[in-house]
Write a protein that binds this ligand. Structure first.
Ligand code: SF4
Length: 253
């Protein structure tokens, strides 16, 4: 497993309000997407590769056609690249078809059809970064792995008062640490999906629905300007500290 550099201690009230707010909202408003009906790592990888820079509604019909045509990683491995690209290219960002073929080759030939369950191994696959590895671990294997896509970093950053637009490494580490801290133990599958939907539908980039948001009372930036511009300006309702080497040896991300 990849090691997080930071440990987060979050105010219990802040953390409980976040988890309950997101979960309660998701139970009513969450989207029933086809890749959420399965724990098959192959199907989840296909969906995540297709969702790169592409909206959910655009991906749904293409994902369904793809899974009907290539229902297993073995079927994908046996198919010609052109047949794969015929389905994936209309999504744009045309490298996807080749990535999926290369992933199938690695899984079938090197790993004998077994998917790895560590961030490091998953990140050796073409097109699989840290976020996608976390998504595979949590959605397919139920590991309490954090995810930090565009939506999640915005929600977490705004709620905890950390500038999610800051791309410096230190801020990146802190956002990952917060994303790890908010996952309720044993519930990563549902919670990470809830968090992504919440970011896509409530805490949106341009017009966050703060006035009807269940997190409004505890949110550090709700209804106001954006989060602080530097990590150092973040409010003190949580603490982020560097892990000691001994701690890192047993941590999961
Ligand atoms: S109150 Fe507004 S900024 Fe805060 S989490 Fe809700 S929608 Fe996002």
């Amino acid at each position: 497993m990849k090691r997080l550099k930071y440990r987060v201690m979050v105010d219990d009230v802040l953390l409980d309000a976040f988890r309950h707010g997101v979960f309660d909202w998701y139970r009513v408003h969450g989207r029933a997407l086809p890749w959420r009906m399965t724990r098959d790592p192959y199907a989840i990888v296909v969906s995540e590769i297709m969702l790169h820079q592409t909206t959910v509604m655009t991906v749904v019909p293409v994902y369904n056609a793809f899974m009907q045509t290539f229902p297993t990683v073995e079927a994908l491995h046996a198919a010609p690249l052109e047949a794969v690209k015929t389905i994936t290219d209309p999504l744009g960002y045309k490298v996807r078809g080749r990535w999926l073929k290369e992933i199938a080759a690695v899984v079938v030939e090197r790993w004998k059809g077994e998917w790895p369950q560590t961030v490091e191994e998953l990140m050796t696959l073409p097109g699989v970064g840290r976020y996608t590895a976390g998504a595979i671990l949590s959605f397919a294997f139920g590991v309490d792995a954090p995810i930090l896509d565009t939506n999640v970093r915005r929600v977490v950053g705004r709620y905890f008062g950390l500038n999610y637009r800051d791309t410096r490494a230190e801020t990146e580490h802190r956002l990952w640490a917060l994303a790890e801290a908010v996952v309720p133990p044993g519930q990563a599958v549902d919670f990470n999906q809830a968090l992504m939907d919440f970011g896509a539908m409530v805490c949106t980039a341009r017009k966050p629905a703060c006035t009807v948001c269940p997190l409004y009372l505890q949110c550090q930036t709700g209804g106001a300007a954006e989060a602080p511009t530097t990590a150092a300006e973040a409010p003190a309702r949580y603490q982020i500290t560097r892990r000691r080497p001994a701690d890192q040896a047993s941590s999961i991300s």
